[in-house]
Ligand binder design. Structure first.
Ligand code: MOS
Length: 737
């Protein structure tokens, strides 16, 4: 029986609900000390004095660090890309400058966390404060062209401007999205331990153990071989734990100085300034179309904030490069504004979740302007060729997403006029959107060891963010080896395992999963080789391609022979048989096909006409993410992703105080995320097929795809319900009154 395709429950689920799963902060450590960060209350200026006298005398305090006594660090590497580690380039406690509110200005280490926190309150800081620069319409005039990091900053195919000017129907609007924070339930925490041989072990809340090792190596000048990074379980990552943040560097150095393990856990409030966030965007979209709705031109430009010391770009206009065809041309561009804040970072789903709100809202406006049904409009502008690169898509089940999703939703019962559907006093609205999501290809290694008891061990330096990686990797190895899944043990999340890439970009299965498949194949092929030519070879003289694996056995069906792995290893006097997997794909951009995931999503809202309150009442998502390894974990990904999208659409915004320049709502009472009561039954369909170009496993990226285009589908539904077009997220009730 094949394990792939089975809805197997996550085997770490039991560990988590029984408390047996050790999260980073739960790992017990003898002799551990605890650190607390004191952060700046101003957003721009410098510290004139930091008086630590009282703090140093407080109970339990072991050391207090400021920029005056913290050892110097090396600069972070530049430029960065997804294949290199990233850390905020402005490093902590290195000088007296203050570039953002909530910046570390002192670190207290004590015997307990409460002692460290209390001593921190005794530190007296005198500032020379300057007016902070904050992001908003008034600062966009200072937007500049940033240097490239992930993709080219601008793109132009054909002549979009001329095509739009000449178009029979034009839509030109500005759409904005808010600053957002990841708000993982598990706070960021680091425990740094140096052993007597001078090796640093970091127990870290990270989605990128090898990137953390490399960045810490560079910035602290420690050889990579002398650093281990461990991350076994995460209580949410969402992109926020993909890069190295200042507290990790501080913990490592403090542990070295004190020669004791140091645990440093950020407070909930510090999660809004000491780690990344998703920057706001101001996007302008222009569409030109003929009177039947066929697109002739698309222009999409985006502006987002970035720190004064960095050039992080939110690539919101990216989606318009490849989602729909436009006969006359497509142009996109990104600019940034340097402001007083810390470095933003990817947040599920970076780039795409923001860009689709603008593009797919504009498409809905075009549907109304032309009188073409929104689903029909997208079918009309579907394309088998990537408009940006001119390459055919490897697989693109957009038409199936649109038609199967519409059928499941009952789209044909919708009456298109705004305010035409009601349920008693409630206004009912139905909206939809299409989506495209980047497919990433990254190298990864893995090792599979067959044991003489017939079990197998998989080792790979990738991560389980709570997404089910342990389980789906078990399924892949089990099928490749011909073992039952419960015979396969999976070890992840330690740099002492074979190197893998970050668990970001919804790319873990396609890349790390493939490396495991290759390692399992290598182990299986060695076993087959032994069966053909090893000691007392059971299949002597047969051909390797005639040997199958199933139920823990090698099977030579045509001769009705079989042997268990256990027996085979015993005959050869072996305790183990090892296979190595090394997946080293060409970068997607250099392949013959354009590879992306796709979806079409449909939402229904009930709007209270007196209060402006929007409730999502139904949602259908149809996804093309290639082959699905485990429909249960995949569905769980979609539930999480859609919930994220509902938050983006209706609730989430990190507001900045315009005078103080700091994020104001810095806890769960001020920053709203959806709860169970906000989420109705979600219906998800997987319509994709095996995509051999995407990965040898046939899978494409799924997790973040499901967060994309939820917001425009809801915004379009709100327009349908109320006749009000809200172009600014989140759609809070005052915007509907
Ligand atoms: Mo994702 S925001 O690339 O972890």
């Amino acid at each position: 029986m094949s394990a792939i395709g089975q809805p197997i429950s996550r085997f770490d689920g039991r560990l988590k609900v029984t408390g047996a799963a050790r999260y980073t902060a739960d790992i017990p450590l003898a002799e551990a000390t605890h650190a607390a960060i004191v952060h700046s209350t101003i957003a721009n200026g410098r510290t004139v004095s930091v008086d630590t006298t009282a703090a140093e005398k407080a109970p339990g305090v072991l050391a207090v660090f400021t920029h005056r006594n913290m050892p110097r660090m090396n600069p972070t590497p530049k430029p960065w890309s997804h294949l290199h580690p990233h850390g905020q380039p402005y490093l902590p406690l290195q000088d007296d400058q203050v570039h953002y509110a909530g910046q570390p200005i002192a670190l207290v280490v004590a015997e307990t966390r409460d002692q460290a926190t209390h001593a921190g309150t005794l530190i007296q800081v005198e500032y020379d404060a300057r007016q902070p620069v904050v992001f908003g319409p008034q600062t966009t005039k200072d937007a500049i062209d940033p240097p490239q990091f992930l993709w080219p900053v601008a793109s132009s195919v054909g002549d979009a401007r001329t095509a739009i000017v000449a178009a029979a129907v034009k839509i030109e609007q500005t759409y904005t999205t808010s600053d957002r924070h990841h708000n993982q339930m598990e706070p960021h925490v680091t425990t740094a331990v140096w052993d007597t041989a001078g090796t640093l072990t970091l127990y870290e809340t990270t989605q990128h153990i090898f990137g953390t090792r490399e960045l810490v190596s560079i910035v602290l000048g420690i050889p990579q071989e002398r650093i281990n990074v461990v991350s076994h379980f995460l209580g949410g990552g969402f992109g926020g734990k993909a890069y190295v943040w200042p507290h990790t560097l501080l913990a490592a150095l403090a542990a070295k100085m004190l020669n004791r393990p140091v645990r440093l856990q950020l407070t909930r409030a510090q999660m809004y300034s000491m780690v990344g966030h998703q920057p706001a965007t101001i996007q302008s979209v222009a569409l030109g179309a003929d009177k039947d709705g066929r697109l002739t031109g698309i222009r999409h430009d985006s502006i987002s904030p970035t720190p004064v010391f960095d050039d992080y770009i939110e690539y919101a206009a990216l989606v318009s490069r490849s989602l729909w065809a436009a006969s006359g041309g497509i142009s996109t561009n990104h600019k940034v504004v340097h402001v007083n804040r810390n470095t933003p970072t990817p947040m599920r789903a970076p780039h795409e979740a923001l860009g689709h709100f603008a593009l797919e809202s504009a498409m809905d406006e075009l549907a109304y302007a032309t009188g073409v049904d929104p689903v029909a409009l997208r079918l009309l502008n579907d394309t088998p060729i990537d408009p940006l690169s001119g390459r055919p898509f490897s697989t693109r089940a957009m038409r199936t997403c649109l038609t199967a999703g519409a059928a499941r939703f009952g789209w044909d019962k919708r009456t298109p006029e705004p305010r035409s559907m009601r349920d008693g006093r409630y206004l009912i609205g139905q909206g939809m959107a299409g989506a495209i999501f980047t497919h990433w290809r990254w190298p990864g290694k893995a090792r599979v060891t067959l044991h003489d008891d017939g079990s197998a061990l998989v080792e790979a330096g990738t991560h389980d963010l709570g997404t089910g990686t342990y389980t789906v990797i078990q399924q892949v190895a089990a099928d490749t080896l011909g073992l039952a899944p419960d015979k396969v043990t999976v070890r992840l999340g330690d740099t002492r395992l074979p190197a893998s890439h970050a668990s970001i970009g919804s790319a873990t299965m396609a890349n790390a999963g493939t490396s495991v498949m290759l390692a399992a194949k290598a182990a299986r092929d060695r076993a087959i080789e032994l069966a053909l030519t090893g000691g007392n070879a059971p299949f002597a003289g047969a051909a390797a391609e005639d040997v199958l694996v199933a139920d823990g056995r090698l099977v030579l069906a045509r001769k009705n022979l079989d042997i268990t792995y256990a027996e085979l290893l015993a005959r050869n006097g072996l305790a183990t048989l090892v296979g190595d997997g090394n997946y080293n794909p060409v970068e997607e951009a250099n392949g013959p096909k354009a590879v992306f995931s796709f979806s079409a999503v449909f939402g229904e809202v009930r709007v209270d006409p007196d209060l402006g309150l929007v409730r999502l009442s139904r949602f259908v998502g149809a996804y093309d993410a290639g082959r699905i390894i485990n429909p249960k974990t995949a569905r769980s990904q979609a539930i999480g992703g859609i919930t994220w999208g509902v938050g983006q659409a209706l609730l989430e915004q990190s507001e900045t105080d315009p005078v103080m320049g700091r994020f104001i709502n810095r806890n769960y009472s001020g920053y709203l995320v959806p709860t169970n009561a906000d989420i109705p039954e979600l219906d998800v369909l997987f319509v994709g097929e095996f995509d051999e170009e995407a990965s040898p496993l046939g899978v494409k990226g799924l997790g973040e795809l499901t967060a994309v285009s939820v917001a425009p589908a809801i915004a379009n539904a709100v327009y349908h319900a109320t006749g009000k077009r809200v172009r600014d997220l989140p759609i809070t009730l005052e915007k509907l009154l």
